[in-house]
Design a protein around this ligand. Structure first.
Ligand code: NAG
Ligand code: NAG
Ligand code: NAG
Ligand code: NAG
Ligand code: NAG
Ligand code: CU
Ligand code: ZN
Length: 205
C-alpha cells in the first residue's frame, strides 16, 4: 500500500502539483478475524470524485449487497460491525440511492454491490458526495459496511427503508484508514494488492 501511495503521489504531482489523498479499508467478516477484501479510496483533488477500487471475495453467487459508509470507526481489535453505528449522515437526510443528490441520500449511501457467479465483487465506483478533503463529508476514520441483502434505495416501504435501505445484517466491514499504517487485520492477500496496483496503473498512468 505504501508503494501505491507513493506512485499515486508522484503521478498527481506531475498532473496537479500536489498529492492526491488515499485511504484504504480491509474488510473482515462481522465479528471474525477473517479478511474478505481490500478497498482503496483515491481522490485526486478537492474538486474530484472519490474513486473506490478493490476486490471482495467469498460471497454467494450472483447476490446483491447494500454498501455504505457508517459513522463510527471500530476501535482497534473491535470486530463487531454493529459498533460502526448508523449510516454516515452529517446532513440529517433520509436514506437514498448513490445516484441521488446530497439532499436525498446519506453521505455514506453507496448503493449496491453485486457478486458475480464466483462470489467475487470487483469494486469500481466513483462518487462525488463522499470526500477525503472536505471535513464534513470525510469518510476517513469511519467504517465501510457490506450488508446481507440489497439496499432498496429508501423505496421498499419497509419500516427501515428510510434509515438503512432495509439491507439486512452487516456481513462484513472495515475501518477506512487515511494513513498508510498497517491495520490490525492483515491485508487480504498480496495477490489482491497486486491486482489493485495493476488496476490503478491502468486508471492513472
Ligand atoms: C456489537 O455491538 C453492538 C452495538 O454496540 C452491541 O449491541 C452488540 O451486543 C455487540 N455484539 C457483540 C457480539 O458483542
Ligand atoms: C464541504 O462540503 C459542503 C457540501 O458540499 C460545502 O457546503 C462546504 O462548503 C464544504 N466545506 C469546505 C471546507 O469546502
Ligand atoms: C478516529 O475517531 C476516533 C473516535 O471517533 C478518535 O478517537 C480517533 O482519534 C480517530 N483517529 C484518527 C486517526 O483520526
Ligand atoms: C439495489 O438493487 C436492487 C435490485 O437488486 C434494486 O431494486 C435497488 O433499487 C438497488 N438499490 C440502490 C440503492 O440502487
Ligand atoms: C420515508 O420517508 C418519506 C418522506 O418523508 C415518506 O413519504 C415515506 O412514507 C417513508 N417511508 C417509510 C416506509 O416510512
Ligand atoms: Cu450499511
Ligand atoms: Zn443510508
Amino acid at each position: 500500500m505504501k508503494l501505491i501511495f507513493i506512485t499515486l503521489c508522484l503521478l498527481s504531482l506531475v498532473h496537479t502539483k500536489h498529492c492526491s489523498l488515499v485511504a484504504t479499508a480491509n474488510l473482515h467478516i462481522d465479528s471474525a478475524q477473517v479478511g474478505i477484501g481490500t478497498l482503496l479510496f483515491h481522490q485526486r483533488d478537492p474538486a474530484s470524485p472519490v474513486r473506490i477500487v478493490g476486490i471482495i471475495d467469498g460471497l454467494k453467487s450472483n447476490t446483491v449487497h447494500g454498501f455504505h459508509v457508517h459513522r463510527d470507526p471500530l476501535v482497534t481489535g473491535q470486530l463487531n460491525c454493529t459498533a460502526a453505528g448508523p449510516h454516515f449522515n452529517p446532513y440529517n437526510t433520509l436514506h437514498g440511492p448513490r445516484e441521488a443528490d446530497i439532499k436525498n441520500r446519506h453521505v455514506g449511501d453507496l448503493g449496491n454491490l453485486t457478486a458475480n457467479e464466483n462470489g467475487i465483487i470487483v469494486v469500481e465506483i466513483s462518487d462525488a458526495i463522499i470526500d477525503l478533503y472536505n471535513a464534513t463529508r470525510s469518510i476517513a476514520n469511519r467504517t465501510i459496511v457490506l450488508h446481507a441483502i440489497r439496499d432498496d434505495g429508501g423505496k421498499g416501504g419497509f419500516p427501515d427503508s428510510n434509515t438503512t435501505g432495509n439491507a439486512g445484517a452487516r456481513i462484513a466491514c472495515g475501518v477506512i484508514s487515511a494513513t498508510m499504517e498497517e491495520s490490525e487485520v492483515k491485508p487480504y492477500s498480496p495477490k489482491v494488492a497486486t491486482m489493485i496496483t495493476d488496476f490503478l496503473q491502468k486508471l492513472f498512468l
